[in-house]
Design a protein around this ligand. Structure first.
Ligand code: GCB
Length: 612
């Protein structure tokens, strides 16, 4: 066992005490561990560590273990230089190549395209905080697991490739020439999330930005501010301070609404609040944001927040109290035109722009938390998901602990984003008792976060007879909105089958068809029965849209998928070449015929949505 994995196991073992509560005691389990990332970091003093980092590709973990597989006392984390001409040191970050951060490593160098394993990242920086202030290093994401050292001292580990984390480095910095070293490892593992098998390429690297952030000794660590669920004239939420040893006053201010309140935290730095505020409700049609500031002593942070309510009533999804039909599309986090992980605001805007061109008011961000550029830029409703995908280690308490932590980190990062209305706890997971117990724990955690969002999951269906399809996955009982993935016409018969089916759902709840689709290579033509042709895909969309409109309780759709994406499961030469071709748009931006079919349907549904 490597040093890093030993540490990770010790950490998981501690968390398993929380996670492995006896069956039936679900509601009594402690809440998931608090996310380590700081909120409002953009509003804080600090420096960005984005840019080129030196890297060493290390498939044998040589920087960590010796030839007897024992931990090295001195490894690459020392970032050492020979003291004289005789000292043997077999690495040198300063003379090693660089990779851009943020960015995945796979698409920055052809020899790393399908690389899985460890890459060491290193850079130097200067930073001198004001005397008495605290300092943190915050990572937007490291895919898939990371161990971080500062000036040769290990700061800690993080598992989960899509959510932010931070380490406090107060007192550990030198004014000049700090060395930060990060071991990033994207090896697939059966007990991880995602596990071994995914229909997407799970890029490795420091895929989101890195910042050094300075705070006063007592600071606003986290806060939730939102409309009261049953009173649109009231704003409420909580604020959590870090470092407060006694009750402390915090002022929350929404200047444009001329609304303000001062509250006093408890001894643990926590306070709830509720105060009257007249704010125009946020919606995709009117995505108004308000500046909200939090002041605690000398600490002062701000955010731009939209205010809306979301709920369900019977089979309806309500936005600001009114029934809403979700005209959506699914997306992976891959940059249009460039390939690889989307990392910038411009990448997010390009994808969201295409979704808007389709007439969407909704996007499903599959199958893991996308960057916060996306949820900030989205003037659309968002389904956000964690990578509980297909078959994972349902009975492994470490896996459950990791899922709970990733969900908690995602909820914390986006709790003030009006765009996010749905938390999804999983995708196409095979029904079994351990799986349903696992997912119900996540549903409980999502509800316990208290942000009022709806909880969902993408479920599967089965046939009662040749013409009747049933959706009765037991997890549905725990969800607010039932997600349904179905591939009638692609994996399941031909498109004409759509017209023959009738659908039933065991739950009197809103249904969102979270996937349907067909592969088509842009520019590949044939008739409507020619697989992989644009004509086949366009016809499938016509038939699917007519079918899904007949599903009782249908309140939204997010077909699969906006843009073709990289997947090693898709080898067909000349057609797929390592890409899932179910995009309405090719990876270079070329639109396929089905784009127009969906756009036309959405135009019609904007005026008169299907409702049964
Ligand atoms: C699914 C999965 C999605 C796949 C898609 C496909 O059901 O949820 O991740 O990419 O099917 O193309 O087969």
């Amino acid at each position: 066992m490597t040093m890093a994995s030993a540490a990770a196991r010790a950490m998981f073992a501690a968390m398993a005490l929380v996670a492995a509560a006896p069956a039936g005691a679900r509601a009594a389990t402690a809440p998931p561990p608090a996310a380590t990332a700081l909120a409002f970091t953009d509003a804080r003093a600090g420096i960005s560590l984005d840019g080129p980092w030196h890297v060493i590709v290390d498939p044998y973990e040589n920087g960590l273990i010796d030839y007897r597989s024992q931990p090295r006392a001195h490894g690459y984390f020392d970032d050492a230089k020979p003291k004289d001409r005789s000292e043997l040191i077999e690495y040198d970050f300063a003379r090693s190549p660089t990779l851009a951060v943020p960015g995945d490593w796979n698409t920055q160098r052809p020899d790393l395209l399908y690389y899985e394993g460890t890459i060491w990242y290193q850079r130097r920086f200067d930073f001198a905080p004001r005397a008495g202030n605290r300092v943190f290093v915050q990572f937007g994401a490291a895919a898939q697991r990371a161990t971080v050292w500062l000036n040769g001292k290990r700061l800690g580990d993080h598992e989960g490739g899509f959510t932010p984390f931070a380490f406090e480095v107060t007192g550990r910095l030198v004014p000049r020439g700090n060395s930060i070293v990060v071991k990033v490892d994207n090896t697939r593992r059966a007990d991880a999330l995602p596990a071994l098998n995914t229909d997407w390429w799970n890029y490795g690297g420091l895929t989101r930005g890195v910042r050094v952030v300075e705070t006063p000794p007592v600071f606003v660590r986290d806060a939730l501010v939102q409309l009261g669920p049953d009173d649109a004239g009231q704003v409420r939420g909580f604020v959590r301070l870090d470092g407060a040893r006694a009750a402390t006053r915090v002022t929350i201010d929404i200047p444009e609404a001329r609304a303000t309140i001062t509250v006093t935290t408890d001894g643990a730095g926590h306070a709830r609040f509720a105060f009257p505020a007249r704010v125009a409700p946020w919606s995709p049609a009117s995505p108004r944001l308000y500046e909200v500031t939090f002041r605690a002593g000398v600490d002062h942070v701000r955010d731009r927040v939209g205010f809306r309510t979301v709920g369900v009533r019977g089979r309806d999804i309500l936005l600001n109290g009114k029934p809403m039909f979700l005209r959506g599309i699914s997306l992976h986090e891959e940059a249009l035109g460039r390939g690889g992980r989307a990392t910038t605001r411009a990448d997010a805007e390009a994808l969201l722009g295409l979704a808007k061109e389709l007439g969407c008011n909704f996007v499903r961000l599959a199958h893991y938390p996308h960057g916060d550029e996306m949820t900030r830029a989205a003037e659309l409703l968002v389904w956000s998901e964690i990578p509980v995908y297909w078959t994972i280690a349902w009975s492994n308490p470490d896996t459950l602990a990791s899922a709970r932590r990733q969900l908690t980190e995602e909820l914390a990062r986006d709790r003030n984003r009006a765009s996010v209305i749905l938390w999804s706890v999983g995708n196409e997971t095979p029904v079994s008792e351990p799986r349903t117990r696992f997912l119900r724990t996540l549903v409980d955690d999502a509800r316990a976060a208290g942000d009022g969002r709806l909880v969902t999951a993408a479920l599967e269906h089965h046939y009662v007879d040749a013409r009747t399809v049933m959706l009765d996955d037991p997890l549905g009982a725990a969800l607010d909105v039932v997600g349904l993935n179905e591939y009638v016409g692609w994996y399941d018969g031909l498109p004409a089958k759509c017209a023959t089916l009738s659908w039933r759902c065991a739950y009197d709840k809103p249904i969102v068809v979270s996937e349907f689709g067909a592969d088509a290579k842009a520019g590949h033509h044939g008739d409507a029965l020619t697989r992989f042709s644009e004509e086949f895909q366009a016809d499938l969309y016509r038939q699917q849209l007519a079918m899904v409109a007949r599903i009782p309780g249908l309140r939204g759709v997010s077909p699969w998928i906006l843009v073709d994406f990289r997947s090693p499961r898709r080898p067909l030469p000349g057609i797929q070449d390592g890409w899932n071709r179910k995009g309405l748009v090719a990876e270079d931006g070329t639109k396929k015929q089905a784009f127009e079919v969906l756009r036309d349907a959405y135009r019609a549904w904007a005026a008169s949505p299907p409702s049964r």
